[in-house]
Each structure stands twice: as C-alpha cells, then as structure tokens.
Write a protein that binds this ligand. Sequence first.
Ligand code: AMP
Ligand code: MG
Length: 351
Amino acid sequence: MITKIMKAKGQLPEDEEVMKEAKRIIDSGGLVAIPTETVYGLAGNALDPTSSKKIYAAKGRPSDNPLIVHIADTDDLSVIAQNIPDTAYKLAEKFWPGPLTMILSKTEAVPKETTGGLDTVAVRMPSDRIASEFIKICGPFIAAPSANASGRPSCTTAKHVVEDLNGKIELVIDGGEVGIGLESTIVDLTGRIPCLLRPGFISREDLERITGPIDVDPAVYNKNKPDTAPKAPGMKYRHYAPEGELTVVDGPHESVIIYINEKCGEASVSGKRCAVLATSENLKAYSADMIFDMGSRENINAVSHNLFSCLRKCDENGADIIFSEAFEPEGLGEALMNRLLKASGNRVVKL
Ligand code: AMP
Ligand code: MG
C-alpha cells in the first residue's frame, strides 16, 4: 500500500480536497492518521469491527488494548454510552472539546473489537481544528489510538507517523506539530468515585475541582500488585519506549549531573553511545555523545511537548543508553513523569 500525505490547515474550504479523500478512505474501512491537540491519532470508523481490527494490525497493538472513540458533538455521546453519570456532563462542559477521555458504560452500537472486549467505552472530543473537521465529515464516531507503532513513543509530527506506519495506512493528514505532545487524561466514571487511569494535560487537580476527590489507579505509578491488572489495559505494556535503555535520574541537580556524566563516561569506555535528555538550564553541564534539549524546567508545557520527539531522536542517533532528568509529579509534571516511567520500564535512580 502507498501511504499518501496531504497537508491541512484546519479550515474549510481550503481543506475540502483532503477531507473528501479522508472520507472516501474511512467510508471504505481504511485508516487515516490525523493531528489532534495531544498527539497524532490513527483514525478509523469506530462502529466498524473490520476497521478496528485494521488499526490493531497497522500498529501491531495487542487486541486487548481498547481504542478511544472520538466525537465532535456531546449529543452523540448517548449513541455509544449508557448510564452516563452527571459528572460526565459536568466534565464535558468544562473540558470538551479538549484533552480529556472519559470511560463510560458502552451501548450495543460499539463493537467489542473497538473496546478490546470490554463493556466500557473510552470517549473524547478533541479541540484541534483539523481533528474536529475530520470527525464531523468522516465520523461521527472515530476510533483513534495514538498513531505510533505499538510500544514506540507517540507521534507529535506527521514525519513520526510516516516513520512508523508508512505502507500500512492509506493517508496521513499533515497538520504540523501538535500542541500538547502528551496523550489525553483518562478518567474512569463507571465506579462510585471517578478514577484517574492516565494523567495528561488536564491534571488531577483540574478534575477534582469539578468532581471532588478522585482515586488514582496504582498503575499510573507502576504500583499495581502483580496479581491486579491496570484498569486501562494499555498501561500494563511498556510504552513510549526508545530502543536504547532509558534511566530516569531523580535528585538534587548537581548530584544528577555528576551521576549522569560518570555513567556516560563508563558507557563510552565500553563502546556504548550515550544520550542525555536535559533541561535547557543544565545543557552545558553534561558530557555525553548526544545531549537533547527538552526545554526549560520553568516551562513544563514545553518539556512535555518535546519529550517524545527527544526519545525518537535518541533512536535516530543510535543511542544505546539514555539518561533523563526527573520532574516534580505535580500538575502536568504528573503526566510527564508517568510517560518517563513507562518509557524507562520504571528504571529510576534516586540520589
Ligand atoms: P492510546 O489510544 O494509545 O492513546 O491509548 C488509549 C489508552 O486508553 C490505553 O491505555 C487504553 O488501555 C485506554 N482505554 C481505552 N479504552 C478503555 C476502556 N474502555 N477502559 C479502560 N481503559 C481504556
Ligand atoms: Mg498510545
């Protein structure tokens, strides 16, 4: 299959040709990668089991890891979800369109192929203009997991999507770099108390302002007991991972720098290529084969935005060993640290 790449602006009528082609593909059960405000998504018709199966195949994603269904109008929620609690509508009013995914009880309309066999469905309404246009024209129910090959860092540019899925999907809509760069916040609303399954741009504190206190699934910090599965099936897999061995180093800045420089020195003696993911403030303090700038520690949004592309640069440059600085797990920092922990397979050194 030849993967076509078409640029879009997020406004009609300029995007008319792109959207026409996208609709033709989605209607015939094919797949289209689209930008969203979080990361690029791999879109198919959420109500068509064959299309969902194609998504799993293209990504190499395990079939028990459910897909998020994207909508463009809150009125469409009742087609795919039932027993919807008031909290869901309150959260939708505050955060939709935006980077929040809610887990609700599913209706018969949603095939189990889309929900990885679960009786619940994950729903989100993206705010990105291209995504929204796309869902209105090609939807109204679009399954769209992150558009990376399973296990790899999510895609924040169309180029990343092509790296992972070229020849496996019909079309990539190139809308430039995404805004946020980390996947949506996921909150489960099927229990008595809302439960955070994946932290994202909308923080736990943001949610609690609307819902009151919420639970956090222990899998968010890899603290689930060996015999209990994470509530978001995807959280049990090693995720977002570069090919090199990533270690997150946490502690006072000076000690972190000394530790990383020492380890990089040892690695280079044994012929290994070492990369450091550093904040701008500390860039000059490191000595390694490659040093990637994640942005200023003062600007956690920028660091989050840059994380996945820095991890991909490590692969491009053949890093065998990677060290990253750590961040306070508060606000967006909670999401950033969650992704770093998953990407490192929970390899953390505390100094
Ligand atoms: P991605 O599509 O790559 O952003 O990943 C979606 C995440 O949402 C995965 O971790 C899934 O396991 C999780 N997810 C999707 N649907 C459900 C659901 N019905 N219940 C719990 N988690 C879900
Ligand atoms: Mg993903």
